[in-house]
Write a protein that binds this ligand. Structure first.
Ligand code: ADP
Length: 258
C-alpha cells in the first residue's frame, strides 16, 4: 500500500509540474489544449488506483483479524491518512481541470449560510485542535439564501484550513452576516503569519503560494479553486493581511443563487 501511495503521489506531483510548465506557454492554443486534456486524463486516471487502495485498506483490516489488527492498526491508519491526502489532491486537480474546461457547475438550493459555517467549523475541529488554535463563530441569526452547499462548504473548508495552517496557533474568528438586502458576507480572521503585500495579488492564481512560506507544504490550488467557485456564484473574495499580524479572507455572495 505504501509503495502504491508513493507512486500515486509521484504521479500527482508530475501532473502538477507538467501543468505548471505547460501554462508557461499560455498563449499557444495547442499547448493549452494539451495541458487541459492531460490534466483531465491524468486526474481521472489517478482516481482509479486511489479507489482500489481504499478498498484494499478495508479488506486488509478485515483479513488480519482482531489480534493482527492491534499490531498493524497504526500503519493502516497512516496509510489511510496518505490515501486521503492524495484523494484531496486529486480532487483539487479534477476541479482545476473542470474549471479550465468551463465545466464547473453549480447546483443551488435553499440553505442557511450560518448553519453551513457552523457545520464546516464543527467538522474541522480536529484540524484546529492539532494546530493549537481556538475558533469562535459569530453569526447573528438565520442567513437564508440559495447556494450550492457542497461548493460553498469547499470554500469555507479551504479558508478554515488555511487559518489553521498559517494561524500560528492563535485564535481564529469566523463571522457571517447580511450585507445589505441582497448579499451575505463571511470572513475568516486569523492572527498568524500574514502575507507580504507583494504576494497578495498573486495568491488567487493557479499554483500560487506566498514566496516566504514554501516550507508549509501545499500545492497552491485552494485559493484558486475557491476564487473560481465564488466567481461562478456571482460573488467576490478578498484578503487583507499584514505580515506577522494575520489575515482576513472575506467572501461576499449574492443571496439569490447561481
Ligand atoms: P496552499 O495552502 O495549499 O499552498 P492556497 O491556495 O490555499 O494553497 O493558498 C495559497 C497561498 O496563500 C499559501 O501557500 C499561503 O502562502 C497563502 N495563504 C493562504 N491563506 C493564508 C493565511 N490565512 N495566512 C497566511 N498565508 C496564507
Amino acid at each position: 500500500v505504501t509503495a502504491d501511495v508513493a507512486m500515486a503521489e509521484e504521479l500527482a506531483r508530475r501532473v502538477a509540474v507538467a501543468l505548471e510548465n505547460a501554462s508557461l506557454y499560455r498563449d499557444a492554443q495547442a499547448a493549452v489544449r494539451l495541458r487541459d486534456e492531460f490534466l483531465s486524463v491524468a486526474s481521472h486516471e489517478l482516481k482509479t488506483p486511489l479507489t482500489s487502495l481504499k478498498l484494499q485498506h478495508g479488506l486488509i483490516e478485515r483479513a488480519v483479524g482482531e489480534e493482527g489488527r492491534e499490531r498493524v492498526r497504526p500503519r493502516l491508519a497512516t496509510a489511510m491518512r496518505q490515501v486521503q491526502r492524495l484523494s484531496a489532491l486529486v480532487d483539487s486537480l479534477l476541479d482545476v481541470s473542470r474549471i479550465s474546461l468551463g465545466r464547473l457547475t453549480l447546483e443551488p438550493a435553499d440553505i442557511d449560510l450560518g448553519q453551513a459555517v457552523r457545520d464546516a467549523v464543527d467538522r474541522m475541529e480536529e484540524v484546529f485542535t492539532q494546530a493549537g488554535c481556538s475558533v469562535r463563530v459569530e453569526v447573528p441569526g438565520p442567513l437564508p439564501g440559495r447556494w450550492d452547499s457542497l461548493r460553498l462548504d469547499q470554500v469555507l473548508v479551504n479558508l478554515l484550513t488555511n487559518a489553521a495552517k498559517y494561524g500560528a496557533g492563535r485564535p481564529v474568528l469566523v463571522e457571517a452576516a447580511f450585507e445589505g438586502e441582497k448579499d451575505v458576507r463571511v470572513s475568516v480572521r486569523d492572527e498568524g503569519i500574514g502575507i507580504a503585500a507583494e504576494d497578495l495579488p498573486r495568491l488567487f492564481g493557479r499554483f500560487e503560494r506566498a514566496v516566504s512560506e514554501r516550507h508549509y507544504g501545499g500545492l497552491g490550488l485552494g485559493l484558486y479553486i475557491s476564487r473560481q467557485i465564488v466567481d461562478a456564484m456571482g460573488g467576490r473574495i478578498e484578503v487583507e493581511s499584514r505580515p506577522g499580524a494575520g489575515s482576513v479572507f472575506t467572501v461576499r455572495l449574492p443571496r439569490g443563487g447561481r
